[in-house]
Design a protein around this ligand. Structure first.
Ligand code: PAF
Length: 283
């Protein structure tokens, strides 16, 4: 596996592959890899000749009071996991290498950046769309694979790629869960054992909502049912429950009449957990 710490090293590796006519898939991550990331890597391997994983804890997507400093990092373990999964190259630049001095350009998808998680985390999605554009320009992949767990991020990146005519395909991949249903996240390790038990309420509330959705309920009733189920976790502070059009994230009202995504954000102490599920009325 090639370890590239500079843009020049990454570009040289990509040039070599391109000369042989090989296709490239990228899996952008912030490291501290878990089974969820590795499932994205496997999907990428199935879709292209070469796979690059990027590991970069991107400071521009963290707000001033967010967990940039305590975000878990373990470079050696990440490298070992990627070797096992036969990734071809890992791009792990420093902040200085990535941003240098005096950067003044952003990529922004203003509509999708301002709603839902974006309203709770001002500047977050501008940081994401900017760094993802930079990674696409450095790696020049044919395909990029993102988890559906960060659903708004996935919808936003698809929109950005469409709007900018970026020459690559975005693939979304389903959320990977622990055996008991908790969505995998690098942040799960920071939950206390009590919080960890209660965090199960997220996936349980989504399971219940999926069943309820089949009967085409009123959106307000569906939301009330999800909130009711989350109240089984008193250590969790529900930051948001949103039910939106699954394709566009537009608001929905009345009875459920199309695929909708339920997006949850629940805070346990300093740890913000998110989860999502696409639900549909029975046809
Ligand atoms: O989903 C993530 O881990 C990050 O938001 C990403 C896409 C790697 C950009 O920093």
């Amino acid at each position: 596996m090639e370890i590239c710490r500079t843009k020049a090293e990454m570009r040289a590796v990509v040039r070599g592959w391109r000369r042989k006519g090989e296709t490239i898939a990228v899996v952008p991550t912030m490291g501290y890899l878990h089974e969820g990331h590795l499932s994205l890597v496997r999907k990428a391997k199935a879709e292209a000749d070469r796979v690059v994983t990027t590991i970069f804890v991107n400071p521009t997507q963290f707000g001033p009071n967010e967990d940039l400093d305590t975000y878990p990092r373990d470079e050696a373990r990440d490298q070992a996991l990627l070797e096992q999964d036969a990734v071809d190259a890992v791009f792990m630049p420093s902040v200085e290498e990535m941003y240098g001095a005096g950067g003044d350009t952003y990529v922004e998808v203003p509509g999708l950046s301002a709603i839902l998680q974006g309203a709770l985390r001002p500047g977050h999605f501008r940081g994401v769309s900017t760094v993802v554009s930079k990674l696409f320009n450095i790696v020049t992949p044919d395909i990029a694979v993102f988890g559906e767990k960060d659903y708004q991020q996935l919808v936003l990146i698809k929109q950005m790629v469409r709007d900018l005519d970026a020459p690559l395909k975005i693939i979304g991949h389903p959320t990977v869960r622990e055996a008991d249903g908790l969505a995998m996240s690098s942040r799960n390790v920071r939950l206390s054992s009590e919080q960890r038990k209660e965090a199960l309420a997220l996936s349980q509330s989504l399971n219940e909502a999926e069943q309820l959705a089949k009967g085409a309920p009123q959106i307000t009733d569906l939301e009330a049912a999800v909130r009711g189920s989350l109240s089984d976790a008193p250590l969790g502070k529900v930051e948001s429950v949103d039910i939106r059009d699954a394709e566009t994230l537009a608001e929905l009202g009345g009875a459920l009449d199309r695929p909708a995504v339920i997006l949850l954000a629940v805070r346990f102490g300093t740890v913000l957990l998110i989860d999502q599920r696409v639900v549909s009325p029975a046809t």
